[in-house]
Design a protein around this ligand. Structure first.
Ligand SMILES: NC(=O)c1ccc[n+]([C@@H]2O[C@H](COP(=O)([O-])OP(=O)(O)OC[C@H]3O[C@@H](n4cnc5c(N)ncnc54)[C@H](OP(=O)(O)O)[C@@H]3O)[C@@H](O)[C@H]2O)c1
Length: 251
């Protein structure tokens, strides 16, 4: 059976990707939607125009990630699309931060994304696509979100390397690098009203970002950055020394 897997489909960007994916990946017969929140996933499933399967997992648990393999075996799955979207980000100066929040960002944004990809790849056939949700934070470290931006630098770098490794299998890997979006991420991370950067920057529309990400992955792009403003920032962060770019952000 042709499967699409979306982690973090219970809210925000993941939920919007689920809504829009059937238009771009029309051959997928069933979407597996993953998060820890059953009722939110069921709401997302009810909203969807395609067949969905709700899978309750905490991706920071190694045991839970191994359950994905069991599901893939049982379904004789041919995964055409994997969207690694589950992620979190906490605002704080590192030296006074809560260590469990810092660890969680690494466990979810880095370890879980890597291990889910490793688990699913053997079940992906030629021409499939992986979308890894990264961030503009991956282009240059952001003060007070230093660990978050480091995890996203990993996501973009991992995606670029894997894209090259998988070229012969014609499996595209696309890192999606949005700027701020109005999703629960902002409140959960203690960002709302606490970050001049987030108050100053233009927000990316969640629906447009979802559609752009799916289109970019389908076209074989390696990195997708929504909006002209953040495309310009990406170039700036590439050509200027980070010692100049880091202090530009208002903290
Ligand atoms: N919003 C922004 O400003 C922004 C900007 C750039 C990039 N991003 C990235 O975009 C992605 C989506 O975030 P969002 O903005 O849509 O925020 P969101 O609404 O908070 O979505 C985060 C998703 O991750 C899931 N998740 C969290 N912990 C999990 C766990 N332990 N196991 C499984 N799933 C888990 C959540 O599901 P449950 O809580 O139901 O488990 C939720 O569905 C993230 O990777 C984020 O880093 C966000």
């Amino acid at each position: 059976m042709k499967i699409g897997i979306i982690t973090g489909a219970s809210s925000g960007l993941g939920r919007e990707i689920l809504k829009n994916a059937p238009k771009y990946f029309s051959d997928i017969e069933e979407y597996w939607i993953i998060s820890r929140n059953r009722s939110a996933l069921e709401d997302a499933a009810n909203e969807s125009t395609v067949k969905t399967k709700v899978i309750l997992l905490d991706l920071t648990s190694k045991d839970d990630i191994s359950k994905i393999k069991a599901e893939l075996e049982t379904a004789s799955a041919d995964v055409r699309l994997l969207v690694n979207n589950s992620g979190c980000g906490f605002l704080s100066d590192f030296d006074i931060s809560d260590p469990s929040e810092q660890g969680l960002m690494i466990d979810l944004n880095v370890r879980a994304l890597t291990m889910v990809t490793h688990t699913v790849l053997p079940y992906m056939s030629q021409g499939a696509a992986v979308i890894n949700i990264s961030s503009i934070a991956s282009f240059c470290p952001n003060a007070r979100m230093t660990v978050y931006s480091s995890t996203k630098a990993y996501v973009t770098s991992f995606s670029r390397g894997l894209k090259y490794e998988l070229r012969k299998r014609k499996t595209n890997v696309c890192a999606v690098c949005p700027g701020p979006m109005d999703t629960p991420f902002i409140t959960k991370g203690g960002i709302k009203g606490q970050s001049k950067t987030f108050e100053t920057l233009p927000y990316c529309k969640v629906d447009k970002t979802a559609k752009g990400a799916l289109k970019a992955a389908k076209r074989g792009k390696g990195v997708y950055t929504p909006t002209a403003f953040f495309k310009f920032y990406r170039v700036l962060a590439k050509i200027l020394p980070h010692s100049i770019v880091i202090p530009l952000a208002k903290t």
